[in-house]
Design a protein around this ligand. Structure first.
Ligand code: NAD
Length: 266
């Protein structure tokens, strides 16, 4: 493989939370480079089947769906072998599934804290735990954890999310050190604002609270955080993931790659 070669032909990738948003963008970007794909995430069976079939038709790869609630450790432990059975192996694991809940600490419901930590933090641990043995055995692997700008800096009202994402950044470094010499790397991607259902909910809440239109709220979200006043797209996060899987990135490990329009440089 040449150093600038992004081809992932012969590789397989399990992307959690890939029935929507960033995860779907990453799954499609990896498939576009030839990787076989295991999708995961919630949604209507018919919609998921349409996403799966579209990946096969557009990119000529094999695509399967593996159900699992990433908040439930035993389901994660079962999901990885299911993907390995369906695709033959899991070379690339993208821990992307994530949820948000917004409230000040003193009003933050305990059950929402538990849920965000379970999916956004513990889900990443259980995914890595299940996938690492196969990567070690084959002498090649790529783990990509989707953290966030909120893995590096804070915002108010997102205590569980910020705690979980900072934890993901730390966990990524631990995995990178443990995997050194195995042929597997582990990196985090830290997106800023990406227009997905997760962010659309926050835009709608702010619009309802302030009486502003959605377009005005979008501009204020960007103005608050990103010098480049534009949203990143799921395809751009996918491009970063493809790069981290490439031969050119084989000595990049343990990093947090910001794709955030300048959010965390300020
Ligand atoms: P999204 O809501 O569009 O997609 C989330 C995906 O995760 C969906 O496929 C959903 O079904 C799945 N999911 C949710 N809970 C799950 C569970 N318990 N088990 C299995 N699947 C589950 O959100 P998104 O914006 O695409 O977010 C994807 C990731 O990117 C998250 O980890 C999020 O924190 C992170 N992120 C998003 C942004 C952004 O601006 N959108 C910024 C930084 C980081």
């Amino acid at each position: 493989m040449g150093v600038l070669d992004m081809s992932l032909k012969g590789k397989t990738a399990l992307v959690t939370g890939s029935t929507s948003g960033i995860g779907l963008g990453i799954a499609r970007a990896l498939a576009a480079e030839g990787a076989d794909i295991a999708l995961n995430g919630f949604g209507e069976a018919a919609q998921i089947e349409a996403l799966r079939a579209a990946i096969e038709a557009e990119f000529g790869v094999h695509a399967v769906y593996v159900a699992a609630d990433l908040g439930v450790p035993v389901q994660i432990a079962a999901m990885v072998p299911q993907a390995e059975a369906a695709l033959g192996k899991v070379d690339i694991l993208v821990n992307n599934a994530g949820i948000q809940f917004v409230a000040p600490i003193e009003d933050f419901p305990d059950e929402q804290w538990d849920k965000v930590i379970a999916v956004n933090l513990s889900g990443v641990f259980h995914g890595m735990k299940a996938a690492i043995p196969g990567m070690r055995a084959r002498g090649w692997g790529r783990i990509i954890n989707i953290a966030s700008a909120h893995g590096l800096v804070a915002s108010p009202q997102k205590v569980a999310y910020v705690a979980a994402k900072h934890g993901v950044v730390g966990m990524t470094k631990v995995a990178a050190i443990e995997l050194a010499g195995s042929g597997a790397t582990c990196n985090a991607i830290c997106p800023g604002w990406v227009l997905t259902p997760l962010v659309e909910k926050q835009l709608e809440a702010r619009a309802a609270e302030t009486g502003q239109g959605i377009e005005a709220v979008k501009q204020s979200f960007l103005a608050e955080k990103q010098p480049l006043r534009e949203f990143s797209t799921p395809a751009q996060i996918g491009a970063a993931a493809v790069f981290l899987c490439s031969e050119g990135a084989r000595t990049i490990t343990g990093i947090s790659l910001s794709v955030d329009g300048g959010w965390v440089i300020q």
